[in-house]
Ligand binder design. Structure first.
Ligand SMILES: NC(=O)c1ccc[n+]([C@@H]2O[C@H](COP(=O)([O-])OP(=O)(O)OC[C@H]3O[C@@H](n4cnc5c(N)ncnc54)[C@H](OP(=O)(O)O)[C@@H]3O)[C@@H](O)[C@H]2O)c1
Length: 310
């Protein structure tokens, strides 16, 4: 089994986090329409109150606004917050100094001296993984990042990153990937198993499948914006899965579909980071903590999800 390094152990103790892509993003999430600064401040406050203190942001979320808002919110609380942010590998950022420079800009927006996790947002075929990992290593050695990770890395890319960092005596802390009851590639292709074997924390993004698994959307009531087209093909197929999630939730004293979707990911040994636009969503999502689906329920959900994805 896994040999988790002492530097990254704290990440394995985090059961779930809060995603902050919604904070400032107008393209997918329509920030400013129906929710704004006050609503996301409350989502942050409620999450902390309910014990969720790992927040995932990125320099590109809201063009830096997500990091700036997080920086403001952490100054308003006495509670400790674990901060994860990300470097975006634009093609012109092909030298290791670019990683350190971007890190320093993120730190300035966040108003802190270091973050707990600095991640490469996506691999870029024209930028070498070796170079990106050298940049991340510099961030750790300079005390700017406590640990470092990757995101959207395939198993082979992830292993290259792992080996490259190992040459600098730095563990690869995490791989943040799309994983939900409607996206199970990382489970099927062995990435999740490899993460467990190597002590890499798998952070599951879009755990509620951008709201689709909450059960509130249907072909008759589709989401707005870019999500409408993205989910037009799958929405007509998910009814039996949603029905099963609701039934299982009822057996657990009225847990909601979103809570079932998040808890399923915790049961798979990953750290889900649901995004929340407001206090109500944040409150509901933290209700995924403190209880567990049974093995039998996980198996039934696996089966229903397989049927949708077949
Ligand atoms: N590394 C990457 O490339 C990457 C990519 C995507 C996301 N992420 C990270 O992962 C986080 C989460 O992923 P995500 O935001 O894509 O998707 P998600 O967490 O699956 O869905 C979040 C959306 O679902 C709806 N929602 C949330 N809680 C709900 C509830 N309890 N009931 C009903 N609806 C609810 C909200 O949208 P509506 O109210 O509008 O429906 C919310 O914006 C992001 O914030 C970001 O930090 C990373």
């Amino acid at each position: 089994m896994s040999d988790i390094s002492s530097e990254t152990r704290f990440l394995h103790a985090v059961e779930m986090g809060l995603g902050a892509w919604q904070w400032g993003d107008r393209i997918v999430w329509q920030y400013g329409h129906g929710y704004s600064d006050e609503q996301v401040r409350e989502a942050f406050r409620i999450s902390l109150q309910e014990g969720v203190r790992f927040i995932d942001t990125a320099e590109i979320y809201g063009n830096g606004l997500s990091e700036r808002l997080l920086g403001t919110f952490i100054k308003e609380t006495d509670q400790p917050v674990l901060i994860a942010t990300k470097f975006f590998p634009w093609p012109w950022r092909f030298y290791k100094g670019a990683v350190v420079r971007a890190m320093k800009r993120s730190l300035a927006r966040l108003g802190v001296e270091s973050v707990d996790l600095y991640q490469i947002h996506w691999p870029n075929p024209i930028i070498s993984t070796e170079m990106l990992m050298e940049g991340l290593s510099e961030c750790v050695k300079n005390g700017l990042a406590r640990t470092v990770g990757v995101s959207n890395f395939s198993q082979s890319h992830m292993l290259a990153a792992y080996s490259s960092l190992a040459r600098h005596n730095i563990p690869l802390a995490s791989n943040q990937v799309h994983y939900s009851l409607l996206r199970r590639e990382v489970e099927k292709d062995g990435t999740l198993a490899r993460c467990k074997e190597l002590g890499i924390r798998l952070i599951a993004y879009s755990p509620i499948e951008q709201g689709m698994l909450s059960g509130k959307y249907s072909p008759e009531n589709p989401p707005s914006g870019t999500r409408a087209r993205m989910y037009a093909g799958i929405l007509p197929k998910i009814k039996p899965l949603i029905k099963l999630m609701t039934e299982i939730g009822q057996d657990h004293g009225g847990k909601t579909n979103s809570q079932i979707a998040i808890n399923w990911l915790i049961c798979k040994g990953t750290m889900p980071i649901p995004g929340a636009k407001n206090a109500q969503q944040a409150q509901e999502n933290t209700g995924a903590l403190g209880w567990k689906l049974t093995d039998d329920e996980v198996a039934k959900l696996d089966e229903a999800s397989d049927a949708v994805l077949a």
